[in-house]
Design a protein. Structure first.
Length: 318
């Protein structure tokens, strides 16, 4: 198999994005897939004279993520103190979010009397939409203190500040359990250990409780997000989501597309099983995606890689 490489020559205008140098960040190494525990195969390296970061691919479930990544202590501190500081987001109330199809899916699963817990509430826009639909038993957790406060004001829900799954906040979120439905939108790719979302949810639910999780679709996520965006520690295929659910006692009822991402709807069962089919990103598919995304088969010319949230976009220099 051919090997491809490219060099980052410079960072141009990044608007509200910040450059995070890896140097000085304490790193840990995780060789196993967090979804199915298979040993990861190194598929990419990010290197300079003093840095050697590996990106791994799971040949069993199609998961992709950093083998070399920041420690859990650094990750938790990053979201508590650094994540949106100086980006133009902090202290600003964002405009109201468009009605979310995720909220419609939740409304089809549980009645307004249900107890609902959101992992990673952000500014509380999704909980506020649930409140507007008549849901009043709203709870959640957010690792950013100022966002948690804003979410509480918006939704009227009880919001705890801290990382989901941390023992130090277990009592705070456990006192209102069990929850009929636990959900998260575009959060699990940021978590140090994505398996912790399902494991922790299981401790807060009775049999029959729902978990609903959305994440970016690895097939459509921009290549820059998978290789050059440190907060996205993980990238998931449908099969990797199924494996995460099954390991924690959840039976997937649906896994598939949700807008430009993926969604899994699973239910806690004493015997969890999945009889359907779920795509697992292959190594060949992944490499082909990166070749297209960074235009690595074009002549060796200097090019600009445009950072976009939903697509790969490049322009070759003259």
């Amino acid at each position: 198999m051919l090997c491809y490489s490219f060099e980052l020559a410079d960072f141009l205008h990044l608007d509200r994005l910040k450059i995070l140098p890896f140097q000085g960040i304490p790193l840990s190494v995780h060789e196993s897939c967090p979804c199915c525990e298979t040993v990861l195969h190194t598929i990419a390296r990010i290197e300079d004279a003093s840095l050697h970061v590996r990106v791994g691919h799971c040949r069993r479930c199609g998961y992709v993520g950093y083998i070399t990544k920041p420690t859990i202590e650094w990750i938790e501190n990053f979201y508590l103190h650094i994540w949106d500081k100086g980006t133009g987001r902090r202290g600003n109330t964002p405009p109201a979010m468009k009605p979310s199809t995720l909220i419609e899916k939740i409304a089809n699963l549980v009645p307004p009397s249900a107890s609902i817990f959101e992992v990673g509430v952000g500014n509380g826009q999704l909980l506020a939409q649930l409140k507007n639909k008549g849901y009043l038993n709203l709870f959640g957790i957010e690792n950013s203190a100022h966002r948690a406060a804003e979410a509480g004001r918006r939704s009227g829900g009880h919001i705890v500040t801290g990382p989901f799954g941390s023992p130090r906040i277990a009592d705070s979120i456990g006192r209102d359990a069990p929850y009929d439905l636990v959900f998260s939108k575009s959060v699990m790719e940021h978590m140090y250990d994505p398996a912790l979302l399902f494991k922790s949810a299981s401790l807060l639910q009775k049999e029959g409780g729902y978990v609903v999780v959305t994440v970016p679709d690895i097939r459509e996520e921009p290549s820059t997000h998978t290789l050059l965006f440190l907060p996205h520690l993980h990238a998931f295929s449908e099969r990797s989501l199924v494996e995460l659910a099954l390991r924690s006692g959840y039976a997937p009822e649906f896994v598939g597309k949700e807008s430009k991402g993926l969604i899994i709807i699973a239910r806690k069962r004493s015997v969890a099983a999945f009889a359907g089919s779920a795509h697992a990103m292959t190594e060949e598919e992944l490499i082909e995606k990166w070749i297209r995304g960074f235009e690595l088969e074009k002549p060796s010319l200097k090019q600009t890689v445009v950072w976009a949230n939903n697509v790969d976009y490049n322009s070759h220099g003259r």
